[in-house]
Design a protein around this ligand. Structure first.
Ligand code: CAA
Length: 696
């Protein structure tokens, strides 16, 4: 979003009330012109005797989305946002913020500087700064607790979550919710307050925490959820400073804000923010128009098919689910209903909505039922012959122009497409389990896939609320291909001396949502076992093969579903499986390996460098369009810590020369596995970064 020429604040006087409009499309970000414009508007309001009160309102679809994130890396231009907010709060005439769409970050801080706040029923309010690696820097951590108390302020500020208008009203964050026309309601509201004493949050006494140990308890909880991310804990520090007089608290807040703004974590989180939006804008596909999709067909009612059906229904599509026979069909429909029940029992869906969604779901045992579908997604057993058979049948029944998608996670989409007479209509839509919850969607482009079919994948992905990333065809696409390298390195380390629980705890300390061995136990060890067997014939002779996982599978320990895998699950919680340790030691001995200690740092370094090296190959081969696509896959689908920005961003932060140096050092032990990616070598030679490639 470039700073628009037209970024401005206008003042119109209507019946003695100044209507101050913030206008900076598309999201009214608070650029320098807006900050200056607000200060000028306040001066005008003070000066003009015909003005008795003011409302601040946003032009377009929202109030104000916050500071301009693009200005963060650059020197700040005066006036500062705190200066603009001070001018609003100091105004001698009453000012109300009239909030529609969103008031986020600096936008909410502006609203907190106003004497009152009124919201449209659909408005959302929040301080999402921690999600960008910073904290509110314009008084938000000081004014908010004075308005709503420490407990609610802690929740909003340390999570960055947004509160809807009615919740905000309950908390006292807004004074009123407008019934109809927001502007008219805000004008009426403020007119009624002319002459009343002006409530200024900065003039209020600091609030009292609910209990003596409030901050101590809060710190433990925030640290646990932050998983290594600094900003939530620093936000808590700033919040605690609200116990001091306002001026001192604000000073402390500003110090922390400035400290964090230039940090690596803030850089990584900003990268993730823009990458999340950039993935849908793939170079070369700008002109492609998506095909119309209203009705979706899903083949298969297992975990995956049912999850896809639920996601589709919730997005407003009608769904036809096809299964092999009546019994499987009943099970499939039951799986969908069970998922929807989950939303109802958590209070996230009403019984009526559930009934409405189920009314849009049809079950069938005959492919002919798919004749009306605009998009058909196959989610059957992961086997090439089975998939090709499904696509050949689809070819016979799908209407012309229907998009045909496979949910395969490894298989060659070109080969699947060739089972039809219309390979241009075929693509991969790789969902992640549970498909109605996980946000990643890999859109796999086969050799013949038409550009408008890709555009359709992105359009449907957006409607499903997914972050869709384009991938080319290769074994495992972007995500599972990196995962395979990650696991090979984890396996090598356990054969060389580490234990699975040491690897898991090191990677969890790195910030991963779950260690790799726990993930394997969760998804079932048999899936990758089958894949390893399939790859036996084509496995390069130079590749180090670690047979530990095979031995565990042979023992019948397939993970959580069998009660034991790498871990034991006697009371549902994982505890190290001692028999696994015995197997590992036997395997090391068999290969004559002298087992050695691995520090957490070494485990993290090896796995991260393996991911970076493979990510570079994936970019180089054009499987991913840009490094940022790799980063988004890892963050959205594989639990990579967002605050590290994804592996490619993490590599830039470390420095590509250092990354290459380390990979070369590891290559001394296993030259085949650690062969440095040519792209990495080229970037180092040219003094460039992955970020340079993102910019194109
Ligand atoms: N700064 C700069 N650009 C922004 C922006 C911001 N704060 N917020 C959104 N944009 C840009 C997006 O990058 C996108 O640009 P392109 O069209 O070029 O890709 C465009 O605005 C539209 O954004 P979305 O595609 O996200 O549109 P949406 O309708 O889905 O969502 C939104 C709108 C809810 C405002 C969402 O963009 C959002 O959550 N934005 C971030 C808000 C935020 O984090 N604000 C806090 C900033 S930090 C701060 O304010 C600190 C402080 O106190 C000084």
């Amino acid at each position: 979003m470039a700073e628009t020429e037209g970024a401005r604040v206008t003042v119109a006087v209507e019946d003695g009330i100044a209507v101050v409009t913030v206008d900076n499309p598309p999201v009214n970000a608070i650029s320098q012109a807006i900050r200056q414009g607000l200060i000028d508007a306040m001066a005008e309001i003070e000066r003009n005797p015909s003005i008795t009160a003011a409302i601040i309102i946003g032009a377009g679809r929202l109030f104000i989305a916050g500071a301009d994130v693009r200005e963060f890396g650059k020197p700040a231009l005066p006036p500062t946002l705190p200066e603009a907010i001070t001018a609003i709060e100091a105004c001698e005439k009453p000012v109300v913020a009239a909030i529609h769409g969103v008031a986020l970050g600096g936008g909410l801080e502006i609203a907190l500087g106003c004497h009152y706040r009124m919201a449209d029923p659909g408005a959302k309010l929040g301080l999402p700064e921690v999600t960008l690696g910073i904290i509110p820097g314009a008084g938000g951590t000081q004014r908010l607790p004075r308005l709503i108390g420490f407990a609610d302020a802690l929740d909003l500020i340390t999570t960055g979550r947004q509160a809807g208008a009615s919740e905000a009203a309950k908390m006292g964050l807004v004074d009123a919710v407008a019934e109809n026309d927001l502007k008219a309601a805000a004008m009426e509201f403020i007119r009624a307050r002319i002459g009343a004493p002006l409530p200024r949050l900065s003039a209020m006494d600091p609030p009292t925490p609910d209990s003596e140990d409030f901050f101590e308890t809060a710190r433990a909880g925030v640290a646990r959820r932050a998983r290594g991310q600094d900003s939530p804990l620093r936000a808590l520090d700033a919040l605690e400073a609200a116990r001091m007089p306002f001026d001192q608290g604000v000073e402390r807040e500003r110090e922390i804000f400035l400290e964090l703004r230039g940090s690596d974590q803030a850089k990584a989180l900003r990268h993730a923010f823009f990458a999340e939006r950039a993935v849908a804008k793939v170079p070369g596909f700008e002109a492609a128009k998506p095909r119309q999709v209203d009705a979706i067909g899903v083949i298969g009612g297992g975990t995956m098919g049912a999850g896809i059906a639920v996601a589709s229904l919730r997005a407003g599509y009608s769904v036809t689910m096809v299964e092999a026979d009546a019994e499987a069909m009943a099970r499939g429909l039951g799986n969908v209903a069970k998922n929807l029940d989950g939303y109802v029992s958590r209070g996230r869906m009403s019984e009526e909505t559930k009934a409405e969604l189920l009314a849009k779901l049809t079950g069938a045992v005959d492919y002919g039922a798919l004749g009306g579908a605009d998009l058909i997604i196959e989610a059957v057993f992961e086997d090439m012959a089975v998939k090709r058979d499904v696509f050949a049948k689809l070819d016979a029944v799908a209407k012309p122009g229907a998009v045909l998608a496979t949910n395969t996670s490894y298989l060659n989409v070109d080969e699947i497409a060739q089972a039809t007479a219309r390979p241009g209509d075929v693509l991969g839509l790789h969902f992640f389990a549970p498909a109605h919850i996980m946000r990643l969607l890999e859109i796999v482009r086969a050799g013949a896939t038409a550009p408008d079919v890709i555009a359709t994948g992105f359009a449907v992905g957006r409607k499903l609320g997914k972050v869709a990333v384009l991938s080319g065809v290769c074994d495992g696409f972007i995500g599972n291909r990196i995962l395979a390298k990650f696991r090979q390195q984890a396996d090598a380390m356990i054969e060389d001396g580490a234990l699975p629980w040491e690897v898991d705890s090191a990677m969890e300390a790195f910030g991963m949502a779950m260690g790799p061995f726990k993930v394997m136990d969760l998804s079932g060890l048999d899936i990758s076992w089958a894949m390893r067997k399939r790859q036996t014939a084509t496995r390069p002779a130079e590749e180090r093969y670690v047979a530990i996982a095979d031995r565990i599978c042979e023992a019948g320990w397939l993970g959580r579903k069998t009660g034991r895998g790498w871990y034991l699950y006697e009371d549902g919680k994982p505890s190290p499986n001692p028999d696994v340790e015995t197997i590992i030691i036997e395997e090391s001995t068999k290969k004559g390996i002298a087992r050695r200690q691995f520090s957490a740092q070494e485990i993290q370094d090896r796995i991260l460098h393996a991911m970076i090296n493979e990510g570079a190959r994936i970019v180089e081969e054009g499987i991913a369009a840009r490094p940022l696509d790799v980063d988004m896959v890892e963050i959205m689908g594989y639990g990579f810590p967002r605050w590290r920005g994804g592996p490619m961003c993490a590599a830039d932060i470390i420095g590509l020369d250092k990354v290459l140096g380390k990979i070369r050092e590891y290559a001394g032990e296993d030259a085949f596995y650690w062969a440095p990616a040519p792209l990495l070598q080229r970037l180092v030679a040219e003094g460039k970064t992955f970020a340079d490639l993102n910019r194109g």
